[in-house]
Design a protein. Sequence first.
Length: 327
Amino acid sequence: MDLPKLAIAALGGTVSMQASHAGEGVIPTVSGETLLASVPELTTLARVTVETLGLLPSASLNFEFLLSVLSWARYQVEQGAIGVVITQGTDTLEETATFFDYLWDRNEPLVLTGAMRSAAQVGADGPVNLLDACRVALADTSQQRGVQVVMNGQIHQAGHVRKTDSLALQAFSSPVFGPAGLLVENTVRYLRAPTPRMLLPLPQQTTQKIALLEASLSADTLLLENILELGYDGLVIAAFGAGHVSARWAAVIENIAKKIPVIIATRTGSGATAQFSYGFVGGEIDLIRKGASMAGFLCPRKARILLWLLVGCQRQDELASYLYPPL
Ligand code: ASP
């Protein structure tokens, strides 16, 4: 029987980390080929192409590199792969997943995974996560679901998933929405149908800068006041509660929003921003009047990715339709 073709790329992260000197901590050293060797069962499921595109901690990934990974993934699908799996560090997985999801215009699944325990650690979760991710990438039911994250037996939609624990094995969740599916006895089980996707063209420029500032109690406005002078092209605020800032911040945001797009997201880690509820200065009604856009369910980091991509393809005027897509 002809096995389906699957492409895997390794970018680094804990899944590929080992200690090279005792007592010095783990660093990315394990290639994609070696990761593949840890899941021999995969050879019974697919013909696999594997490439090591990077050996980086995910904190050091950047948008330009991700665009090159995306073009590699597209090429693999053009060459007949029915799905693509990318292994990377978990620290920025929620952001790379979102980045790829806005740009992945294929029906084939693009699946991201990683590990919370390094390659040589007892109970390492890298091999099982990789195998699960491949199962998801190979499943017919994964078509038209865009980019998904597979970790610890759960499948999460790119737009919903967040890293919500720093070290636990169960580090990823999709607040409010829950996982899109599960691996049950090695079988992919989706809990809901695919939802319509919001796609963007590839950015024509990559030099745009989008600032992300978090509101905090009694915070000064020094950084905020300098955003325009520093040359930022957009601003995201991780705001209090349902999308609120202090009256002092609101006054500065009004000036900034006259010049560049400003998105107000919630710093709470779960839930949507409000639109019609609070009338105080710095509340969401005031901020909307001052020209800011509310992020809805998008967390601050995902909102920053969206704005970077929109500015990169000169579509910032369409921001509202990406924040509140028709259901
Ligand atoms: N702790 C991270 C991980 O889980 C390191 C990284 O993101 O590269 O992979």
